[in-house]
Design a protein around this ligand. Structure first.
Ligand SMILES: Cc1cc2nc3c(=O)[nH]c(=O)nc-3n(C[C@H](O)[C@H](O)[C@H](O)COP(=O)(O)O)c2cc1C
Length: 305
């Protein structure tokens, strides 16, 4: 059996499949559930300084099997309420990464410090939500701002920082390099792609917010291209995310340069049972093509020398 254990930014993972932020991961019980279903680690819903209700419905639209369009509006209970949820997931033994979003470097630093206090193994900075005014892509599209945010957080926390990069930019590799300069221990890519659906009968966008973010199989080639470019631009580990529905999809990301992957929409479609299937599929595939350790495959599709 191939060895799927990997180390990302100093964090040992029993397998490379992390629960992606925002899907299944708000409550401590759901984080613990993903862990006991076999996730290599779990990432919390992005948490902000204050509670936010999110946008009114409709906030999510399904496109058959190839994707989801969502504009949830970063609903979350706020950092003051959240430590109890992390405590539940920690009790279950889960490796937890705390995701946070904020409007500027100072707020990110304060929030990250509070998140670190909950006992998470690492912090993922949401620099990439495409549909929340004042957050996400709006603060994560300029390399100088990304570097300043990561540096400010670095000065406040000792756990590894993972910068989650947006695909809604002409140069994701420049954003990743900026995060590395600021002190990030890893980068994850990608968040959702800005997207729109129109209801022609109602003559208006399907989602209440109008613009949303596309996830799922439809965005896998975009995620792969971002990971490929980022891998060539940075020396910190890359975590791939976007449309991973099978063990084969995960291995494509690994060969493009990812050391680990995050899984979102596949769970929305099929539940947390996917972790078991993904791990099995990846292991069988590695055995079949003669790779003994997943780590050997990282970046394997890049030209050598
Ligand atoms: C309903 C929904 C909510 C999401 N919420 C968050 C979030 O709170 N923070 C974040 O960083 N990403 C969030 N994402 C983005 C996912 O973590 C992931 O980057 C994206 O969906 C691509 O992966 P996938 O194709 O496997 O879903 C959300 C995605 C969906 C579909």
């Amino acid at each position: 059996m191939a060895d799927l254990a990997v180390r990302v930014a100093g964090i040992p993972l029993r397998n490379p499949f992390l629960l992606a932020s925002g899907i299944w991961g708000e409550s401590g019980d759901s984080l613990a559930g993903a862990w006991s279903a076999g996730a290599g680690g779990v990432i919390t819903k992005s948490i902000g300084s204050d509670p936010r209700p999110g946008y009114p419905n409709p906030t999510i639209e399904t496109y058959e099997r190839w994707g989801l369009l969502n504009a949830m509006g970063l609903p979350n209970p706020g950092i003051a309420e959240y430590p109890g949820e992390i405590a539940i997931a920690r009790k279950a033994g889960a490796t937890i990464i705390g995701s946070v979003f904020a409007g500027d470097a100072a707020e990110f630093a304060r929030l990250a410090q509070r998140m670190e206090g909950t006992g998470v193994a690492a912090i993922e900075l949401n620099l990439s939500c495409p549909h929340a005014e004042g957050f996400g892509t709006e603060v994560g599209s300029d390399p100088d701002e990304v570097e300043a945010i990561v540096r400010a957080v670095r000065q406040q926390v000792t756990v590894p920082i993972i910068a989650k990069i947006t695909p809604n930019t002409s140069d994701p590799a420049a954003l990743a390099a900026a995060a590395e300069h600021g002190g990030a221990a890893a980068v994850s890519a990608i968040n959702t792609l800005r997207a729109l659906a129109i209801d022609v009968e109602l003559r208006r966008p399907v989602l209440s917010h109008g613009l949303g973010g596309l996830s799922g199989s439809a965005i896998k080639p975009v995620g792969l291209a971002c990971v490929w470019q980022i891998y060539e631009a940075v020396s910190i580990p890359v975590i791939g995310v976007g449309g991973i529905m099978s063990g084969r999809d995960a291995l494509e990301y690994v060969m493009a340069g990812a050391r680990a992957v995050e899984v979102g929409t596949a769970i929305a479609f099929d539940g947390v049972g996917v972790f078991d299937r993904l791990t099995r599929e990846l292991s069988e595939l590695l055995d079949r093509i003669g790779i003994a350790r997943l780590e050997e495959a990282v970046g394997a599709a890049h030209p050598k020398g």
